[in-house]
Design a binder for this molecule. Structure first.
Ligand code: G
Ligand code: G
Ligand code: NA
Ligand code: MN
Length: 254
């Protein structure tokens, strides 16, 4: 397959790039985090989004070296911003469970942090609820090792993973990200209001912070704040930005 062999060379050919989407505190709009999102500058195809190549990367195993690159690149960028005199917030990186199976993830994370002189508190890892449920035992073990280092863990796309809630009993994430499919219907859809309210109550009882994803309208922004979400992310506030654009906005947002 052309795409797989092209993707195999993307790292060495320096074709991967990270964009960064800000996450703001709901109460006062303070920038509190940003999510690194990978893109692929595929020759002849323009800028390709992760939805188009992450699934293939997961199937082929290429997600392991790609994920390692993402971790390194995010750490490098964070340190570069610090050295340029900005005060960037923590950065979140998405993980796939295939990276857990390779067995080296915790070492890779420790290495990336050390190489770029960052403390573990500068980093969050995000894992979707669906990925988490693929191998809950191993996921729990890996994520707990990362937390022991001081890395925060966020459960992404919460509410879409056909999950049993029992994993929340065995393992406490730092943050739950409510999937944007629930945010979309706010404030008019009664079911979405009820589900969002219930997730916030559940998360707070377990001492997890809550991010509302996919906030696109002022009415949604107001609804998630009223329902008690701690943080907001979405096109209304900011799209994923190139590193240079992010640097341009950092002074305004901090
Ligand atoms: O940016 P976009 O909306 O196209 O992202 C689509 C999906 O790709 C999202 O679910 C996002 O979590 C995932 N994704 C983005 N970057 C990475 C990455 O570096 N690693 C993994 N595993 N998934 C990513
Ligand atoms: O699955 P994950 O939550 O990691 O997905 C992140 C993706 O969601 C990013 O690729 C980003 O482009 C996309 N995204 C971010 N904010 C919004 C939004 O407000 N609306 C929609 N539809 N997508 C968003
Ligand atoms: Na994510
Ligand atoms: Mn998500």
């Amino acid at each position: 397959f052309a795409m797989e062999s092209d993707l195999r060379q993307a790292i060495d050919a320096d074709q991967l790039v990270l964009h960064y989407q800000p996450v703001f505190r709901a109460s006062d709009g303070q920038l509190c985090s940003m999510e690194a999102l990978v893109r692929w500058q595929r020759p002849g195809h323009g800028l390709v989004g992760p939805g188009e190549f992450i699934p293939l990367a997961e199937e082929s195993g290429l997600i392991v070296p790609i994920g390692r690159w993402v971790m390194q690149a995010a750490c490098r960028q964070l340190q570069a911003w610090r050295q340029a005199g900005y005060n960037p917030p923590r950065c979140a990186v998405n993980l796939s469970t295939r990276q857990f199976a390779a067995g080296r993830l915790v070492d890779d994370v420790r290495e990336a942090l050390a190489m770029h002189g960052l403390e573990a508190g500068a980093l969050t890892v995000e894992i979707t609820e669906g990925q988490l449920m693929a191998d809950p035992e191993r996921a729990q073990q890996t994520l707990q090792s990362l937390q022991a280092l001081g890395v925060q863990v966020a459960i992404d796309d919460f509410g879409t993973g056909y999950s049993s809630l029992s994993y929340l009993k065995r393992f406490t994430a730092n943050t739950l990200k409510i999937d944007r499919s629930f945010v979309r219907g706010l404030p008019h859809n009664h079911q979405d209001m009820a589900i969002t309210q219930a997730v916030v109550t559940l998360a707070h009882s377990l001492r997890m912070a809550v991010v509302a994803e996919g906030v696109e309208t002022p009415a949604q922004r107001q609804a998630v704040q009223r329902l008690g979400c701690d943080m907001v992310q979405g096109f209304l506030l900011a799209r994923p930005l190139e590193a240079a654009q992010m640097a341009g906005q950092l002074p305004r947002w901090l």
